[in-house]
Design a protein around this ligand. Structure first.
Ligand code: ADP
Ligand code: G6P
Length: 478
């Protein structure tokens, strides 16, 4: 099975995620080009692991044999191969057309196919085998996210000496939804191979415990579950960002200058609203565009004074629901600009390009209002990045109550993105807010993120994982 795998060395800390932090994307001229992988998981873990003697096990972003990769910032890269069938049935299929929509309140219909489940098992087995090869005796393996929920139990079979953690970056749904899954018991058992199962929010841990009690009939509380002779701990560990790094980037004179320049290029409007999303149906982009266009149509917002910059990075582009979404968004942006824009003055500036961190920081510094209005989101790191970048305590964050970040960023302008009128009111309130009030809110949120950054997250998770092992050992020897 592991034929074609690059040579493996062992580490005491192994992170296993579907994606490596670098992505082998193809440049327009057909050449291979390495760049940072998309999404919040990589944004969170990449700064964390930098310069630690860890190994990151993951897929390098292209199907076929696994490439041999150099270390990235001192972290070993161990790539796992995915064939075109694995990519179609595991990544695009079970992970992103079954679990992703199901875990996000089924805002799109989840699809169930037996062939996808076969692929999910096969790919999880492969990741578990690679992790088993690269983990030092007695080492820690930290498995990430919904693509790899079977890995903890498969890995425990292979390597009972390891301490195994699992963290889910996305929401974990209520029992009514999870019960739809044809292979629900297997998925729960897979996760229970871990010593510690971490979620973004306490509600998710509660949902999980309820399901384990109902489906597997195991004694379960929101904090621990007894499995065979082991104690599995469960808890909420809200993920975060490298706050200091984003603040330092945003404070650079050239970034501040770039932000001024961007504003000038927009025609020097009074207000700039910004949204930065992966192009995903969970992000509420269509609802936001509708709210914005109604505000213009109703005369509450004037295109000359206010502009919206919508960055929407294409994602999972061969999955049908994502293709439909992109078409709908682009039609709507075209309609709004056609109806309300003027020559040289579009109502919406729409960008689908990847930006480097400095350009993102400049965009954050440029925006008076950051609109983050997902229908459901595990955390949403963009909201946290915006707050960290507002080093002068200006700016307003409009935030969906359905983003994990809402539990921590209580001083944001919170909205229900399903409520169009509420969304419009929230946008207007953020646009018209009193600067002193904004500054008080922003300072509070910045202070929170200063303390609760990505390192604090890892510390709290890994020390809980450490304790969970001693708890299990105690139980075994009692
Ligand atoms: P998700 O994990 O669903 O993609 P998050 O908001 O948690 O959502 O994380 C998105 C991450 O991707 C953030 O770190 C953000 O800065 C980054 N990102 C989003 N759009 C772009 C883009 N166009 N170019 C570069 N990075 C982006
Ligand atoms: C979310 C998921 C990550 C995923 C990222 C980007 O953040 O939680 O696991 O890597 O989206 O999605 P992609 O499908 O491109 O890996």
């Amino acid at each position: 099975l592991l034929i074609g795998m690059p040579e493996m060395r062992q580490s005491s800390l192994v992170v296993v995620a579907n994606r490596l932090p670098i992505d082998d994307s193809v440049a327009p001229d057909g050449a291979c080009e390495w760049r940072r992988s998309p999404g919040g998981l990589v944004s969170a873990l990449h700064p964390l692991l930098r310069h630690t003697p860890a190994t990151w096990v993951g897929w390098a972003g292209r199907t076929g044999p696994a490439p041999t990769l150099p270390d990235v910032d001192g972290v070993r890269m161990q790539s796992v191969p995915l064939s075109t069938e694995d990519f179609r049935d595991h990544y695009e299929g079970f992970a992103n057309a079954t679990l992703w929509p199901l875990y996000h309140d089924a805002v799109e219909q989840p699809e169930y196919h037996r062939r996808w489940w076969e692929a999910y098992q096969r790919v999880n087995q492969r990741f578990a085998e690679v992790a088993a090869e690269v983990a030092e005796p007695g080492g820690v393996v930290w498995v990430q996210d919904y693509h790899l929920q079977l890995v903890p139990a498969l890995l425990r079979e292979l390597r009972p000496d390891l301490r195994i953690g699992f963290f889910l970056h996305v929401p974990f749904p209520p029992p009514e939804l999870f019960m739809q899954l044809p292979r629900r018991a297997e998925l729960l058992r897979g996760m229970l191979g871990a010593d510690l199962i971490g979620f973004q929010r306490a509600q998710a841990a509660h949902n999980f415990a309820q399901l384990v009690a109902k489906v597997l009939e195991l004694p379960a509380t929101d904090r621990q579950i007894a499995v065979d002779d082991r104690e599995v701990r469960v808890g909420a560990f809200p993920v975060s960002i490298d706050t200091a790094e984003m603040a330092a980037l945003a404070a650079r004179p050239e970034v501040a200058e770039r932000a001024r320049r961007l504003r000038q290029d927009l025609g020097g409007p009074e207000h700039v609203i910004l949204s930065v999303d992966r192009m995903d149906y969970t992000k509420g982009i269509e609802q936001r565009l509708k709210a914005y266009s109604e505000l213009i149509a109703g005369g509450h917002v004037k295109v000359r004074d206010t502009v919206l910059v919508q960055v929407a990075m294409p994602s999972r582009e061969r999955v049908g629901q994502y293709q439909i979404l992109r078409e709908r968004i682009e039609r709507e942006v075209g309609r709004i600009n056609g109806e309300f824009g003027r020559v040289g003055e579009p109502a919406i500036h729409y960008l689908t390009q990847p930006f480097d961190r400095a350009e993102l920081a400049a965009l954050y510094r440029m925006a008076d209002v950051m609109a983050v209005t997902p229908l459901r989101d595990g955390m949403n790191l963009v909201a946290k990045e915006y707050v960290a970048a507002r080093v002068d305590d200006t700016g307003a964050l409009l935030l969906s109550e359905f983003a994990g970040a809402a539990a921590e960023l209580s001083q944001a302008y919170q909205v229900n993105p399903h409520d169009l009128e509420g969304l419009k009111q929230g946008l207007l309130a953020a646009l018209q807010a009193d600067p002193a009030d904004l500054s008080r809110r922003m300072r509070g949120m910045r202070e929170h993120l200063h303390e609760h950054d990505i390192r604090a997250w890892a510390r709290s998770y890994l020390s809980a994982l450490d304790e969970s092992e001693s708890l299990t050992t105690r139980l075994r020897t009692d």
